[in-house]
Write a protein that binds this ligand. Structure first.
Ligand code: COA
Length: 260
């Protein structure tokens, strides 16, 4: 049975992916990671889906990589391969044409926070807690946390979370820029769905290009990033949607985007 459930609202261009292993607070064992990779791959190939909401079933988003699996790792090359496998799954999401919104409910610890960091936007429930507790297990984050957290919130705050392993509440995560918005627990999914629908209504080529320009630029120095931005701008400006969007503004009407 799959540990990841997917609901698609094709008419809205939106899908919701729910990690469903609540008996272990959705801890990412090999099976969950495989299901997640498969679900993201399938959605990536679905032309009806442009925006993805990711959340966890029960009282956690994801409470980390599965500690029982980590305990059985012999270390060295096998553990490095384990880290690479997890990074690969999250990289696929980060590089996806799909825009992803992480709806963080309950615990997002270790691999759970690393999954949230691979997404594009993060909404966090008031009662949620996030952290990278690996140091307390005698290990370090291995699914991208040491790299993505520092890029998002800066070296000082990332080091604080990585070195102390401290769990922080939602408001603190928001204050440091880790989460985009804190929402009441009961409104989390509705807020994420609303945001997903809002994004899915944007011009699809522009939405994709905007994500790629920002994310791609972070891998380069400024001059290269600016050249990439200009190339994306050229690509997007050639679309019918660019003409529609600008015409609609000038004629004081709402645009109707078609993805061409
Ligand atoms: N890996 C494997 N199993 C996990 C897990 C993980 N990362 N996180 C939670 N679980 C399991 C627990 O072992 C427990 O299983 P059991 O009922 O068979 O004993 C079940 O999920 C419920 O967790 P429990 O610890 O009883 O819930 P809690 O409310 O008391 O505490 C947490 C919640 C999140 C604080 C606690 O589960 C925890 O610290 N988890 C590990 C977090 C972590 O270090 N993640 C990084 C891993 S690299």
């Amino acid at each position: 049975m799959s540990t990841v459930s997917v609901e698609i609202q094709a008419d809205q261009g939106v899908a919701r992916l729910t990690i469903t292993r609540p008996e272990a607070l959705n801890a990412l064992n090999r099976h969950v990671l495989e299901d997640l990779a498969e679900a993201v791959g399938t959605l990536e190939d679905d032309p009806d889906v442009r925006v993805l909401v990711v959340t966890g079933a029960g009282r956690a988003f994801v409470a980390g990589a599965d500690i029982a699996e980590i305990a059985g790792l012999p270390g060295g090359a096998a553990a490095e391969a384990f880290s690479r496998r997890g990074q690969g799954v999250f990289d696929r999401l980060a590089a996806s044409r799909l825009v992803s919104i992480m709806a963080i409910n309950g615990y997002a610890l270790g691999g759970g926070l690393e999954l949230a960091l691979a997404g594009d936007l993060r909404l966090i429930a008031e009662s949620a807690r996030v952290g990278l507790p690996e140091i307390g297990l005698g290990i370090i984050p291995g699914f991208g946390g040491t790299q993505r957290l520092s890029r998002l919130v800066g070296e000082g705050r990332a080091l604080e979370l990585v070195l102390t392993g401290r769990q922080i509440p939602a408001t603190e995560a928001w204050r440091m820029g880790l989460a985009n918005q804190v929402v009441p627990d009961a409104d989390l999914l509705a807020s994420a769905d609303r945001l997903a629908q809002e994004l899915a209504a944007k011009a699809p080529v522009a939405l994709r290009a905007a994500k790629r320009a920002v994310r791609g630029g972070l891998d380069h120095e400024l001059a290269t990033g600016l050249a990439e931005e200009a190339a994306w701008f050229g690509h997007v400006a050639a679309t019918q949607d660019a003409r529609e969007g600008t015409d609609a503004f000038l004629s004081k009407r709402s645009p109707h985007f078609t993805g061409r």
